[in-house]
Ligand binder design. Structure first.
Ligand code: FDM
Length: 211
């Protein structure tokens, strides 16, 4: 199918338990209810062999150097790039829970260099919009199941939030900062309003890459 009818590429970002998963699901349901072909994805994609190593790392059953796990997260995105490109060009709208920005935010929060962290992301397909669900991490730790995985520690989440805020400033042309402390339905109304317009606007635009 020609690039004139491509789908839109939406990404949700934010600290752990910021509501990304709920909002991704609601946005996917919204598009599906309008008859728009829609596919949801989550990074890390834990099914692949790389994804299984990442899962062992996140659930604390495996340790790896910070650099190694960082590159595995990036490799996990690269292994799905052909699929993402194919789906978008076939007219499917993609809703993706975490992407390159999680990669940068979580590893920079550990103290690694920003440019080093961003380098393996260059060349990946650039989203049309990123919805950044932002709220003080202190509001998040009371949410269900918090603390089970490796990065779910309040002090670390504060550092992650700082990096996200930096990225949000740099990438302001397509990042939408959303106050995640609002009720679920209000968040969805705001996000779906932005996404619906963009889904129409990007149909004729070529895919872009992260530079
Ligand atoms: N994470 C996720 C990273 O550190 N780098 C990445 O590139 C990605 C995609 O993995 F703590 C971290 C962020 C989070 C964990 O958890 C995935 P969720 O709860 O499945 O989103």
């Amino acid at each position: 199918m020609s690039a004139g009818r491509r789908g839109a590429f939406f990404v949700f970002e934010g600290c752990d338990r910021s509501g990304k998963t709920t909002q991704s699901r609601l946005l996917a349901e919204f598009f599906k209810s309008k008859g728009i072909p829609t596919l949801s994805m989550i990074f890390p994609e834990r099914e692949s062999s790389i994804g299984q190593v990442i899962n062992s790392y996140l659930t604390n059953s495996k340790d790896l150097p910070d650099e190694v796990i960082h590159l595995m997260f990036a490799a996990n995105r690269w292994e799905y790039m052909n699929k993402i490109q194919k789906e978008l060009l076939a007219g499917t709208t993609l809703i993706v829970d975490r992407y390159s920005y999680s990669g940068v935010a979580y590893t920079v929060a550990k103290g690694l260099d920003y440019d080093w962290c961003y380098a393996p992301e260059r060349g990946l397909i650039k989203p049309d919009a990123v919805f950044y669900l932002n709220t003080a991490p202190d509001n998040l730790s009371s949410r269900g199941k918090y603390g089970e995985e490796r990065y779910e520690k309040l002090e670390f989440q504060h550092k992650v939030a700082e990096v996200y805020n930096r990225i949000c400033e740099r990438e302001s042309s397509y990042w939408h900062e959303i106050d995640a402390s609002q009720p679920v339905a209000e968040l969805h109304t705001r996000i779906s309003g932005i996404a619906e317009k963009l889904q129409q606007q990007v149909k004729g635009k070529p895919l872009d890459k992260l530079k």
